[in-house]
Design a protein around this ligand. Structure first.
Ligand SMILES: Nc1ncnc2c1ncn2[C@@H]1O[C@H](COP(=O)(O)OP(=O)(O)OP(=O)(O)O)[C@@H](O)[C@H]1O
Ligand SMILES: [Mg+2]
Length: 284
């Protein structure tokens, strides 16, 4: 078995053209089993396009996308995937329970009432089980959408901006839910513009811009760009170009120069700074 077959999602050389417009221009991305990967990028970067290709809604122009070893869009890939679209609308007349029941039928999930009750509970909608969608707030509908994506116990969950309508408590609930999914070995690809949220929960981050990957790594790797500060008896000395790996040499040099060291700090930038630098935009 080659490595790509064991990945929850493997994207290789992915290109997508809509007529003369190029949405994706050669993107590679891996999501390992149980990995929580954040996909970031400006409006129009191609995040939703990549997600739709992964769940088989859009056909790629070129490249290879596999879900749990199956070609994207195949029955095997679809069975392994849960998806919450960026712009979704459930029928207003359906109750929360009915929406999940419909998706259980679509996903051929044998989970029955037990699965529906558990999923509604996990997104904080246990009390709203018989409430109609039309009578739900936007945030409740979004949480119902997340529950829907988990119907049928997928091994890969694709969430396209799942917290855009949520209040702080709802965001916390979803963050905890994502961490819980990871602990159950379920892989998640999370499209988001909420950099703080991505920084908090994601194992890995890919930033795309103009259809290409412009940065990737762990949030820690992407944000260790602020230099090193060393406190000596003469005050705090700043080494803006230095990174964590430079600390032993810097300290040895200062000690050799007769300095007394009281503290060392590797300065982390924020993911927002790393993002803006990667996509080539200045904060306004
Ligand atoms: N069905 C379509 N037909 C033509 N062009 C499309 C279509 N869908 C997307 N595009 C174009 O492809 C590019 C990528 O769009 P996409 O929706 O994937 O971006 P995104 O990164 O999800 O943006 P956002 O952050 O605004 O959701 C954009 O230039 C968009 O206009
Ligand atoms: Mg989008």
């Amino acid at each position: 078995m080659d490595a790509a077959t064991t990945l929850a999602l493997s994207v290789r050389g992915l290109r997508k053209r809509y007529g003369r417009a190029t949405a994706l221009d050669g993107v590679d991305l891996d999501v390992g089993p149980g990995q929580l990967v954040g996909l970031l990028g400006p409006n129009g970067a191609g995040k939703s396009t990549l997600t739709k290709i992964a769940c088989g809604l859009v056909r790629p122009s070129d490249g290879e996308v596999r879900v749990a070893g199956h070609a994207a869009g195949s029955a095997g890939a679809r069975a392994a995937t849960g998806y919450l679209a960026e712009l979704f609308r459930f029928p207003g007349w359906a109750t929360a329970d009915e929406v999940l029941e419909l998706h259980q039928r679509l996903a051929r999930s044998p989970g029955g009432e037990g699965e529906r009750a558990e999923l509604l509970d996990r997104v904080g909608l246990a009390e709203a089980r018989h409430r109609r969608v039309a009578a739900m707030s936007k945030g409740m509908q979004q949480r119902l959408g997340i529950a829907q994506a988990l119907v049928g116990a997928p091994s890969l969950v694709l969430l396209d901006e799942p917290t855009s309508a949520l209040d702080p408590a709802g965001r916390r609930l979803v963050r905890d839910l994502l961490v819980d999914l990871r602990s159950r070995g379920i892989a998640v690809l999370l499209n988001s513009h909420l950099l703080g949220e991505v920084e908090q929960v994601c194992d890995h981050v890919a930033i795309i811009a103009r259809g290409r990957t412009v940065a990737r790594g762990t949030p820690g790797e992407l944000t260790t760009s602020g230099g090193v500060e060393i406190e000596t008896e003469a005050g705090v000395q700043r080494f803006p170009e230095a990174a964590r790996d430079d600390v032993p040499d810097l300290v040895a040099r200062l000690v050799a120069e007769g300095r007394r060291i009281y503290g060392v700090r590797v300065v982390h930038g924020t993911l927002e700074e790393a993002y803006l630098e990667a996509v080539g935009e200045q904060p306004s």
